[in-house]
Design a protein around this ligand. Structure first.
Ligand SMILES: C[S@@+](CC[C@H](N)C(=O)[O-])C[C@H]1O[C@@H](n2cnc3c(N)ncnc32)[C@H](O)[C@@H]1O
Length: 289
């Protein structure tokens, strides 16, 4: 049985961010840098909520000389979700692209943990399309150098879309309210569209409880966080009220009760109307927010 199967069978499928310390070495993942995170929270749970034609709808081809769509995956872990997103949006079947897929997609995937990044590089089946780098996204100087260097290869200054999947809690616990606010500010300034999967508050409590059970210190900021409660809503408020983004769509909840929220920078609005199908999706999911 695969590792994910064993854990599911043992009833600890949600262990890594929810409850159970048995699956981890003590204190081994202070940033959520769990080895093989995708075994616990498989990419398919998220992908089935995302229309495969999403990128084609957001970035319709403008002519024969279509430029690549540039994506940024923050907190990519060992790259399983990055690769799955790439395949999903290119509708890759049997290694072939389906005709209605968008043109070229290039992803810059970063993670704070060099061991996870080394594994991602080693195992990536699309090394020309996905670039993996070690980066602490909260380090202003390194972030600027590495991201600018990638974007300048394409003569661009921002990414078309950013992916921030199950990362916000770890930034929040390690950097506090101000850190979360700044993290979202950087992301929104770097990306025209942003897909965020926030962890709900119950995961914060579980992560803190797990540290206590292991006899370790609390996260530095846990007790002083004032941004708390409905985290999806909190993140919507910060991005829309403080960082010039608007909520385009909520793609519903995963089986872990996490919403997938799509935002876009308001300055892209005039040039690029929201596709009809996403407006309908937003209507359907209005009550879930
Ligand atoms: C829970 S995992 C999510 C992995 C993947 N995005 C997914 O949803 O399957 C969180 C990831 O964020 C990374 N991370 C946490 N803080 C980070 C930071 N400051 N800069 C870059 N990556 C960070 C961790 O190393 C970890 O791999």
């Amino acid at each position: 049985m695969a590792a994910s199967g064993k854990l599911a069978a043992a009833g600890v499928a949600e262990a890594v961010e929810e409850e159970d310390p048995r699956v981890l070495e003590p204190g081994a993942a202070p940033f959520g840098n769990f080895p093989r995170y995708s075994c616990f929270h498989p990419p398919e749970q998220r992908l089935r909520l995302l229309p495969p034609e999403l990128l084609r709808q957001l970035f319709p081809p403008a002519g024969p000389d279509t430029r690549p769509i540039l994506g940024l995956d923050v907190g990519c872990n060992s790259g399983d979700l990055s690769v799955a997103l790439y395949k999903h949006f290119l509708s890759l079947r049997d290694g072939k692209t389906c005709p209605e897929a968008p043109g070229e997609l290039r992803l810059l995937c970063c993670d704070i943990d060099p061991v996870l990044v080394a594994r991602a590089k080693k195992e990536c089946p699309f090394p020309d399309a996905l670039t993996f780098i070690t980066l602490d996204f909260m380090n202003h100087r390194t972030r600027k150098v590495l991201l600018t260097s990638f974007l300048s290869q394409f003569g661009r200054s921002v990414f078309d879309i950013g992916f921030c999947m199950s990362v916000t809690m770890w930034i929040h616990l390690n950097h506090g309210d101000q850190g979360l606010w700044e993290f979202l500010a950087h992301l929104s300034s770097l990306c025209c569209y942003l897909l965020v999967e926030p962890q709900p508050w119950k995961c914060y409590r579980a992560a803190a409880r797990r540290l206590r059970k292991l006899g370790l210190h609390d996260f530095d900021h846990f007790r002083s966080l004032t941004i708390r409660g409905d985290m999806a809503n909190q993140i919507v408020q910060i991005l829309t009220q403080d960082h010039g983004m608007e909520l385009v769509c909520c793609f519903g909840n995963t089986s872990w009760d996490r919403s997938l929220l799509l935002f876009r920078a308001k300055h892209t609005v005039e040039s690029n109307p929201i596709p009809e199908s996403l407006i309908e999706e937003a209507e359907r999911n209005r009550l879930k927010l």
